[in-house]
Write a protein that binds this ligand. Structure first.
Ligand code: FAD
Length: 394
């Protein structure tokens, strides 16, 4: 088959959620998903895997179990977009046409942009939660840390889950106390950003957490090189352009990220390389039969799975209207959520919209650290993901 009514690119959080809703709610559409991976990952769990709470295998399932029945799975990589002619080309050279296109290709991790990182990752206590292959090594580094400098970085780019670079730091710090090495260690958060969190309500709590934990905060520090053998990290100060070298006993790197290269070089990209998109309707401004979603989109909100949970029903409703030739009535308000783990058994559940206005689910102040919210993240949300969201039910 070489033409579908709805073609979905990417079978990650966004692609599967949209496919499941289309099939569950409508059953009628002719849908295919282009996804090369045989595995599906619940990436939010990696924070807890890196802190030794769960084995990484718990975040992995077979992709085949989540391709909704009735949808075709095209087991290939997308390589080219031809939106004016309504087709894409796969890496193997297969041409697939569509009436409507949903693009959920995720974010690209640019490991290669930091000299020394690719070579050093996974040894010399250089770790990162941002890869299934590497996430075990984070726990090895945290568990075996005997004191000295533990360095945690945050890059000068958009990242998926903006809170994740600090969550692992708070957990590691908590572990260092338990293992009796905290007195002999210095925990540094070296971030290219200018503060701990964009939304004031949650920032205030996190500033107190950092103070209580005596974390050394260094803002405007952009990681530019890792020297694995010397165990040094080199930062550029974004205001003064000064180079600052920090020796470490362990470093957790949040690598720079960007839109996938195939999007950057396509006619669908905005100036920054992301999928261009109307931030309310989720429709592409130039090609009205194209609907971007999730991390690869230029939606000006924090890139999370929780955001996709609210984007997907809007996209599906508007896609159906577009198919019927009706005006697009559904609107996405920028909702996103970041469950910020501040230690074992402690969590601040940040939820907010495009304006940075809190949009909290629970009838209590979510900027307070709570055990109940930690349990929600560790046990309830994974279930909601696998059994609800990916099945088109939540
Ligand atoms: P993905 O789920 O990454 O899916 C993209 C898919 O596209 C993949 O399956 C990939 O194989 C496929 N693909 C890539 N290239 C091609 C190609 N050329 N052709 C076809 N298919 C392709 N979110 C939260 O809500 N809460 C959290 O607490 C949280 N914590 C996180 C912690 C960590 C450490 C990480 C890494 C992420 C976290 N996230 C969290 C973010 C969340 O996982 C992502 O925002 C979400 O998975 C994005 O969904 P997506 O569908 O846009 O991309």
């Amino acid at each position: 088959k070489d033409h579908y009514q709805v073609l979905i690119l990417g079978g990650g959080t966004a692609g599967i959620t949209v496919a499941a809703q289309l099939r569950r709610k409508l059953r009628i559409y002719d849908v295919a998903i282009v996804e090369p991976s045989t595995k599906h990952y619940y990436q939010p769990l990696w924070t807890l895997v890196g802190a030794g709470v769960f084995p990484k295998e718990q975040s992995e399932r077979e992709e085949s179990a989540f391709i909704p029945s009735g949808a075709d799975w095209i087991h290939e990589h997308v390589a080219e977009f031809h939106p004016a002619e309504n087709y894409i080309v796969t890496r193997q050279g297969r041409k697939i046409g569509y009436d409507f296109l949903v693009v959920g290709l995720g974010i690209q991790i640019d490991w290669g942009k930091i000299p020394g990182l690719k070579e050093g990752l996974g040894r010399q206590q250089i770790c990162s939660n941002y890869s299934y292959q590497q996430v075990d090594y984070t726990w090895e580094c945290v568990r075996n840390f005997k004191g000295g400098t533990a360095l945690f970085t945050m890059p000068n780019t958009a990242v998926k889950c903006g809170g994740a670079p600090q969550k692992i730091m708070y957990l590691a710090e908590d572990h260092f106390r338990r293992s009796g090495v905290r007195d002999k260690s210095q925990v540094i958060f070296a971030s290219a950003q200018g503060n701990l969190f964009a939304v004031e309500k949650y920032r205030k709590t996190l500033e107190k957490v950092a103070e209580r934990k005596a974390i050394n905060l260094r803002f405007k520090h952009n990681l530019v090189e890792v020297k694995p053998d010397a165990k040094e990290a080199v930062f550029e100060h974004l205001d003064t352009h000064e180079r600052i070298t920090i020796p470490f006993e362990m470093i957790h790197v949040t690598p720079p990220m960007s839109a996938p290269d195939i999007i950057k070089s396509s006619p669908l990209a905005n100036a920054a390389g992301w999928m261009d998109v109307d931030k309310y309707s989720l429709q592409h401004p130039k090609y009205p039969n194209v609907f971007p979603i999730g991390d690869c989109s230029g939606l000006p909100t924090s890139k999370t799975g929780a955001a996709i949970r609210k984007q997907a029903p809007v996209l599906v409703q508007n896609l159906i209207s577009a198919i019927k030739g009706e005006p697009l009535a559904a609107k996405y308000d920028g909702y996103t959520s970041c469950p910020i783990v501040t230690g074992y058994g402690k969590l601040v559940l940040a939820e907010f919209d495009y304006e940075g206005k809190p949009q909290e689910t629970f009838p209590f102040d979510q900027s307070k650290e709570r055990l109940s919210m930690y349990l929600l993240k560790a046990y309830a949300l994974p279930r909601l993901y696998w059994d609800g969201m990916l099945r088109g039910r939540a």
